[in-house]
Design a protein around this ligand. Structure first.
Ligand SMILES: Nc1ncnc2c1ncn2[C@@H]1O[C@H](COP(=O)(O)OP(=O)(O)OP(=O)(O)O)[C@@H](O)[C@H]1O
Length: 970
């Protein structure tokens, strides 16, 4: 039967269901692992293939049906071992790194499978299950393997369901996956349960690989890589990486759809359709309320463009052109191209913190467009520009769905795009078709036709890409990306426009990868899709990780190791295994990659040389000190000495108290310190200054009639939990209002809604008379509605000064082009503004300390400093006293009163410290189970019977016990 040119007959559907079963099992394993470890195990398919290899080897000596469970058990053990040795070891590092480690592991395991048994890659010679019938559906032969799959898959899934839902271990796995902390408190060993989940997933993968291999032709490592993974991921993503049954059923659909499409189209077209299906599934997913904050990024030296750092390797590279053969020059050219793509990975993953598995697709598109445009226009530079623009555009389009969903979303969409590009897009006749003849680049009339000459041209483009990347990383743009990577919500609360900045990052990375593609493209007389396979995108990730993501030089180093060595030295399978094992070990053991090791060695070497020169030649600063710039460049953190002079330290909030430096805790016991408003600083303390008074959010600006904030009938549920339920409240200009309620009452969710981080199910929020329900967090923050966070995490890998510079973005925003080409005025202005703000809060002495090293109290002060720098009109503070000592808590009360009296800022504050609130608040609002249960004067609310019942549990006496005796309300 045919429909629109596609065969939808029974045969097709039957074959589709069989392959769909295999994809379904893959998807089930991916979901299981994702639920327990929160990342995608890219080695999942490879673990299955390893199990299949073990069966092929065992079946030569023992009966098949004995080898079958043994092989599954080996795969389960391998998966559990992966969890214990690789995943747990990387627990404190970003999840992206865990996923990258599994990419390396996948390659290593596949090579190992090849060493265990070559049969695991060939359907013709692979053992088939004995004792089971073969039959026909229509004209389709169903062999014994498919019969086994048909009979055993329901048994396997049924047992898995029973195991997860009915057994103690299964329930513990689910509990540990969904609520690890709660499970640990209840005595469930969460890490052991994750290991068990991985073991089950590994066994399932082996089951599917063992029964699927006999139905396949010869499989290559490539066909078992990204393509198979995408098919499993499609079902898993449709099931939102959560539901095992939906993942399985969706995968059956994927299998059937694939078979039907294959009747009239190529495999590449199937990838396009799957990519679109994944995109739709991702876009339909609702953005989660609170996001998990990414942990584990360490502070890395950003590479500022140092002249020596560029010139020294460039001179070495140029020198090579005169000593190597044309064949070697071609390899060197390839290394340059891959290094540029690796740099794009460094920017998107190392700096922006998102995994992209499609950078080579952008390279391919860039190459194809540039070659076409250059050939048509006869202008090489026009071709290069067009190629980079095409790469940037493609990256932006692919990145859009990932904007709302962090974590794995970009990895999944880019993987789909990589496959669709190499399988379909690049094969279109208007791009590469069956291959196009590349015109020779012409340089000022000179035709670059010799490989060694072309290598020099490649080196030039590498230098340009390096310089641009280094400028961006060291400037304001790099800082914004780091802030978004470390803590996206905090960055948005400081007015950073996350979607715009991320799209800019994707565009730059797409253009950079495309430039790599241009280098590779013009280096080949005939350009075809074979130069840009999907698996090369994974090599690009390997390059970045092996070389080290902290430095641009890492991409070059990684490219030499991953591309150069195999091209120059024939490795064979054992050599390849060693190389992949090597890069896996680098991921596990060297967070800074080989670049970090080399840079450390250079530092030590130059230190030693300096000492030698100093001893032999007496005093004097040897120039070789700057050799270290080869890897690092000067630290991007601007030296305080190079700044415009900061105003003298102010008589600030903390000035009258023991200094913050002297005490690790927050010291706000400043009252009666000189007034903030009286401070000579032109910054946050400058309420009467012209800039603040002129600001639209200034209290002096014309006020609309009515309350500053009006919340009406707001509702928000998470699953079955009504976090906020018909909340209605108002806050008048100039008030300090406290929000109280027991844990889980919905206070923070209400703040999330007010600040724009969580969407409402129903109800409206009006601020200054305008409906802001649909506004983004950054728009609200720019309008003066500013929030703090309960944990005051800020950006752990950034210094206090850099954090304050993020807040200064509101006044002096970073412009991408100016960051690369422009003069440093805006950067200086941001720096001066940050230093003024820090000085006003007496934090100047902490300016160069990484935020991650500060105590909670000091971080909280730094956070308030940044928030005040935004010149807010309404400040939402979420439990500002948590983590403070009692004395600091009292000083916080003084600070709140002065923020209102001297800066005219209205404050809405969530607090558990009732005595503090009773002292500073004009009004209290009590919440319970998402509802507002009381609203009025503090003494009234505290005495309200519902409040006593829900919040205090007992009676008014508990108020006195919960802290110091209440003070008079001012
Ligand atoms: N993103 C989310 N996903 C699922 N449930 C959520 C989410 N955010 C909040 N909740 C649930 O909503 C309810 C209210 O949580 P919320 O954090 O707003 O309360 P709270 O009053 O701020 O508590 P606490 O004082 O402990 O911070 C809780 O049951 C919480 O588990």
């Amino acid at each position: 039967m045919s429909l629109a040119g596609f065969d939808v007959g029974l045969d097709r559907i039957a074959v589709g269901l069989f392959t769909g079963m295999a994809y379904g099992l893959l998807a089930v394993g991916l979901v299981l692992v994702y639920r327990s470890s929160r990342f995608i195990n890219f080695a999942h398919g490879a673990i299955g293939v390893f199990g299949a290899a073990v069966l092929a080897r065992l079946a030569t000596g023992v009966p098949y049906w004995l080898a079958f469970p043994l092989a599954i058990a080996v795969a389960g053990l391998l998966a559990a071992g992966t969890e214990a040795v690789v995943v747990r070891r990387l627990a404190g590092r970003p999840r992206v790194i865990g996923m990258i480690a599994t990419l390396g592991l996948a390659q290593f395991i596949l090579v190992m499978a090849l060493l265990v048994s070559r049969d695991s890659f060939s359907g013709a010679t692979y053992p088939k299950p004995p004792g089971l019938p073969s039959f026909h559906i229509g004209t389709t032969a169903v062999g014994s393997s498919l019969t086994a799959m048909l009979l055993l898959t329901p048994v396997l899934l049924g047992s898995l369901g029973l195991f997860l839902n009915r057994t103690r271990f299964g329930i513990a796995i689910r509990a540990a996956a969904d609520h690890p902390d709660a499970a640990t408190i209840n005595g469930v060993a969460a890490p052991r349960m994750a290991g068990l989940a991985w073991a089950v997933a590994g066994g399932v993968a082996a089951f599917s690989a063992i029964l699927l291999t006999p139905t396949q032709g010869v499989q290559s490592i490539d066909s078992l890589g990204p393509e198979l993974l995408l098919r499993g991921l499609a079902g898993a993503v449709i099931a939102r990486m959560a539901s095992l049954p939906i993942a399985f059923v969706a995968s059956l659909g994927v299998g059937v759809l694939e078979q039907i499409l294959l009747s009239g189209q190529t495999r590449g077209f199937v990838d396009v359709v799957l990519g679109v299906a994944i995109l739709i599934a991702l876009l339909r997913q609702r953005s989660p309320g609170r996001r998990a904050v990414e942990v584990g990024w360490t502070r890395s030296p950003a590479s500022a463009p140092s002249r020596l750092g560029l010139v020294a390797p460039a001179l070495g590279g140029v020198g090579l052109a005169y000593v190597v053969s044309n064949a070697t020059a071609s390899v060197l050219t390839e290394i340059c191209g891959y290094a540029l793509v690796g740099m794009s990975v460094i920017l998107v993953t190392g700096v922006a913190g998102e995994l992209s598995l499609g950078q080579f697709a952008f390279a391919g598109i860039g190459a194809a467009v540039s070659v076409r445009v250059a050939a048509a226009s006869g202008n090489l530079f026009l071709g290069i520009l067009a190629g980079c623009a095409a790469g940037a555009l493609a990256a932006v389009l692919v990145g859009i769905p990932a904007l709302r969903l962090r974590g794995v979303a970009l990895g999944v969409t880019t993987l789909a795009f990589a496959l669709a590009t190499s399988g379909w897009l690049l094969r279109q006749p208007w791009l590469l078709g069956d291959g196009v003849t590349t015109p020779y680049p012409v340089w000022r009339g000179y035709i670059v036709s010799v490989a060694t000459d072309y290598y020099l041209f490649a080196l030039l483009l590498l230098g340009v890409g390096w310089w641009v990347t280094a400028r961006l990383r060291a400037g304001g743009f790099g800082r914004l990306l780091l802030a978004l990577r470390d803590n996206e919500e905090a960055a948005r609360a400081l007015t950073v426009a996350a979607p715009l900045r991320k799209l800019q990052a994707y565009a730059v990375c797409g253009a950079l990868a495309a430039l790599g593609g241009v280098v590779i493209g013009f280096g080949q007389p005939q350009l075809s899709v074979n130069s840009f396979p999907a698996s090369a995108s994974i090599d690009a990730v390997a390059i970045a990780v092996v070389g080290g993501m902290a430095r641009n030089g890492g991409a070059l180093l990684g490219s030499i190791v991953i591309v150069g060595i195999p091209a120059l030295v024939p490795l064979g399978i054992p050599g390849q295994a060693l190389l992949t094992l090597g890069w896996l070990l680098v991921v596990l053991l060297l967070p800074d990659g080989l670049g970090g090791v080399l840079s450390g060695a250079l530092h030590r070497f130059t230190g030693w040389l300096r000492r030698v020169v100093a001893t032999t030649a007496g005093a004097g600063r040897p120039r070789i000190a700057r050799l270290t710039d080869l890897m690092d460049g000067p630290d991007a953190s601007p030296a305080p000495t190079s700044l415009p002079a900061s105003p003298p330290a102010l008589p600030s909030v903390a000035a009258a108290s023991p200094s913050l430096a002297a005490s690790p805790s927050l010291s706000l016991a400043a009252s009666p310190s000189p007034s903030l408003a009286a401070s000579p600083s032109p910054s946050l303390a400058a309420s009467p200054s012209p800039s603040l008074a002129a600001s639209p959010s200034s209290p002096a600006a014309a006020l609309p009639a009515g309350p500053l904030l009006r919340v009406a009938g707001v509702r928000r549920s998470f699953g079955g939990v009504r976090a906020v339920d018909q909340a209605t409240l108002e806050v008048a200009e100039g008030e300090i209002v406290g929000i109280i309620g027991p844990n889980g009452a919905g206070k923070t969710t209400l703040f999330e809604i007010l600040a724009g981080f969580t969407a409402v199910d129903a109800g409206t929020v009006h601020y200054r008379g305008r409906a802001i329900t649909g506004w983004t967090p950054e728009r609200r923050a720019r309008a003066g509605l500013v929030r703090s966070f309960q944990d005051a995490r800020l950006f752990p890998a950034m210094t206090v000064r850099e954090t304050a510079m993020v807040a200064a973005e509101r006044e002096f925003p970073t412009r991408l082009a100016a960051d690369v080409l422009g003069p440093p005025e805006a950067a200086h202005a941001r720096l001066a503004s940050a230093d003024r703000a820090l000085a006003a809060m007496d934090l100047a002495h902490l300016a160069d300390r990484p935020v991650g090293e500060l105590s909670t109290g000091t971080r909280r002060l730094a956070e308030i400093c940044c928030l005040l720098a935004l010149e807010p009109r309404l400040l939402l503070l979420d439990e500002p006293s948590s983590g403070l000592t009692q004395a600091d808590g009292a000083a916080l009360g003084d600070l709140l009163l002065r923020i209102r009296s001297e800066l005219g800022i209205t404050v809405l504050v969530i607090e558990h410290d009732l005595p503090l609130l009773s002292r500073v608040a004009d009004r209290l609002i009590a919440m319970d189970a998402g509802r507002v249960i009381a609203d009025g004067r503090p003494d009234e609310v505290r005495a309200h019977p519902d409040v006593v019942l829900s919040y205090l549990g007992t009676d008014e006496a508990a108020v006195a016990r919960s802290g110091a005796p209440p003070l008079e309300v001012p």
